[in-house]
Design a protein around this ligand. Structure first.
Ligand code: PEP
Ligand code: MN
Length: 360
């Protein structure tokens, strides 16, 4: 698959003066719920009304969606509000039913993207469709797997494609439900600058009060749109209650976001600069994260040294690290002087940490 300007045709044709917005509940629950939310979203910036009909749940016995019945409600949404509709499809039967009910945008969930068999089945069922198909990133941070799924769809002659960045599973304790790993989305944008990319802050954060910040980062990184789960009574939603926002909060979020104007033909200096700065911010945060992880390991070493009554400073080990890092740095375009200074500072901080443990 190669990047081409045509990848953006479906989005450019919409001629939006704001990022694409896909909003609606995590799950369709009842006909009344679906229609009430849709009516509240009607005269806003929302372009597509989303609702999950078939829900991939971690454990059996949780609410697994209303099934095909919900597709009739989506048809009503379109008729009554004029909003276009979107739902998740995860197999051939879903695709056939969604197409029969004229759903406008189909997305493939994170749990499906990991399976080439399922993606191929969906691609075959969608062959040649002019519906919009968006591929969520796989649950694991694997860009090749994500792009492989897009490629299978492209090979099935599906033209109106895009991706949704919804973060990645991790066993680590973090403030996110699914860590963003922005660098993966950035790499995808660098490889396919014209493939529309939508951010899903709801599934990244898992918490409604973090949605604004993640959305702003996404827009600063030049994402094309947002998918935000919206419900008139979020706390009582049948799935993903903590992360859904009300229609009026969604409107407020959209109002507060700093939306940079698109410059399509010529690359505007400021747009480019802001994008690069946002990338630097992401990397700087990762640096701090990595350094803090390193110090935690140093603390653990401090604990062992204390129990064995061993001195903090082990100069052989230190010289060995330094030598290796200078070579490694040089191979990556970093000067010896810089690597030396940086590692001295890191080493000093490690020693301070270990001293503290020894004295405790
Ligand atoms: C969803 O959008 O409701 C959903 C199930 O998302 P994901 O596949 O990102 O978990
Ligand atoms: Mn959800």
């Amino acid at each position: 698959m190669e990047n081409s300007k045509e990848m953006r045709n479906w989005l450019d044709a919409m001629n939006l003066d704001h990022p694409l917005v896909i909003a609606g509940p995590c799950s369709a629950e009842t006909e009344e719920q679906v229609l009430k939310i849709a009516h509240e979203l009607k005269d806003t910036d929302v372009n597509y009304f989303r609702a999950g009909i078939w829900k991939p749940r971690t454990k059996p016995g949780m609410f697994e969606g209303v099934g095909a019945l919900g597709l009739k409600w989506l048809q009503k949404v379109k008729k009554e509000t004029g909003l276009k509709t979107a739902t998740e499809v995860a197999n051939k039967a879903h695709v056939e039913l969604a197409l029969e009910h004229d759903v406008d945008l189909l997305w493939i969930g994170a749990r499906s993207t990991v399976s080439p068999f399922i993606i191929q089945e969906i691609a075959d069922a969608l062959e040649g469709t002019d519906k919009i198909v968006l591929v969520k990133n796989p649950v694991n941070p694997d860009l090749a797997l994500w792009l492989g799924a897009v490629e299978r769809l492209a090979n099935a002659n599906i033209k109106n494609l895009g991706v949704i960045h919804r973060g990645f599973s991790t066993y680590e304790k973090t403030k996110y439900r699914n860590i963003p790993e922005w660098q993966i989305a950035i790499e995808l944008q660098q490889k396919f600058p014209d493939l529309p990319i939508i951010n899903d802050p709801s599934h990244i954060t898992g918490k409604r009060d973090m949605i604004f910040d993640v959305s702003q980062t996404a827009l600063d990184l030049n994402f094309d749109g947002l998918m935000i789960e919206t419900h008139f009574d979020p706390d009582n939603a049948w799935s993903d209650a903590a992360q859904q926002v009300t229609p009026s909060s969604l409107v407020q979020i959209m109002k507060d976001l700093k939306i940079r104007k698109e410059s399509s033909a010529e690359t505007d200096y400021n747009v480019e600069l802001n994008t690069l700065r946002a990338q630097i911010d992401v990397i700087d945060n990762q640096l701090i994260e990595t350094l803090s992880k390193r110090m935690k390991v140093a603390d653990a070493i401090g604990g062992i040294k204390k129990s064995q009554n061993v001195a903090v400073l082990q100069s052989n080990r230190w010289n060995e690290i330094l030598g290796k890092m200078i070579l490694e740095g040089e191979s990556k375009g970093l000067s010896e002087e810089f690597v030396l200074k940086m590692f001295k500072a890191i080493h000093q901080e490690s020693i301070n940490h270990q001293e503290k443990i020894l004295k405790a």
